[in-house]
Design a binder for this molecule. Structure first.
Ligand code: ADE
Length: 242
């Protein structure tokens, strides 16, 4: 999968993406990240890319042409699916991450300062995405969040697909609590069934523990699921036991 990121601060993005799991995926050629500096398409020799707002207001707005020209530089035969990261967008969730991971070429446009002239957004953007209901100084962190979360859904980026199929949010629930050695730490025991149970019993334990974790930490997610009365009994019994 290919990502093209249009930004005024390519180093902010590359500093993060060139490391660890995503850095390795880039080195192996599983994903390709093309960073385009919007300032290379500035309107004059001083690197002008922004101007004051019509109608007044503080700050500067990125102008249409540098954004449009940088976008044109990455459009080949086929227009990439194009996302503008902004606090006005649909809030990113795992369902959207999976959907984006099926795109061949994803272009992410990062705004800075007060954002980007709306006319160029209307012309080239397929979807506006926010990473949460708060405001960042620019879209670069949001672009990294998208590349990271989407890349881990691509085959070969993580060591095996179990790593993401059983994790939080994939089935609309949170992952069950997990434990490693030592078996007893500060007097707290690892649940007996995870140590001595058979795989079917462990899977069932984890299924209920995942529902219970969701009930305790994100009850809003449970409202979207249909939980049988039998499962409710197990979730609540489990809670009382622990
Ligand atoms: N740019 C500024 N704030 C943002 C947010 N919350 N999500 C995505 N991009 C942003």
């Amino acid at each position: 999968m290919k990502f093209s990121i249009l930004t005024l601060f390519p180093e902010q993005v590359s500093n993060f993406l060139n490391q660890s799991i995503i850095g390795r995926a880039i080195n192996k050629g599983i994903i390709d990240v093309n960073l385009v500096n919007i300032r290379d398409f500035a309107l004059n020799e001083y690197g002008k890319v922004d101007d004051t707002l019509y109608g007044g207001g503080t700050g500067m707005l990125m102008q249409c042409d540098p954004v449009y020209d940088s976008f044109q530089s990455i459009v080949g035969d086929k227009k990439p699916y194009t996302v503008y990261v902004s606090p006005k967008g649909n809030v990113l969730n795992q369902k959207k991450v999976v959907e984006l991971s099926k795109k061949e070429h994803l272009c992410i446009i990062c705004g800075h300062y007060e954002g980007i002239d709306s006319r160029v957004i209307d012309e080239i953007v397929d979807e506006e995405i926010s990473i949460g209901d708060y405001v960042l100084t620019g879209g670069e962190i949001a672009s990294v969040v998208i590349v990271d979360s989407v890349s881990r859904m691509i085959e070969g980026v993580l060591p095996n697909s179990d790593a993401y199929t059983n994790e939080s949010h994939m089935a609309g629930t949170l992952e069950a609590p997990q434990y490693t050695k030592p078996r007893v730490w500060h007097g707290k025991q690892v649940p007996e069934i995870l140590v001595n149970g058979n795989q079917a019993a462990i899977d069932e334990y984890n299924r209920i523990a995942s529902l219970r974790e969701t009930m305790e930490k994100r009850p809003d997610l449970l409202e979207k699921l249909e939980i049988s009365s039998e499962d409710w009994q197990k979730i609540l019994a489990n809670k009382i036991q622990n």
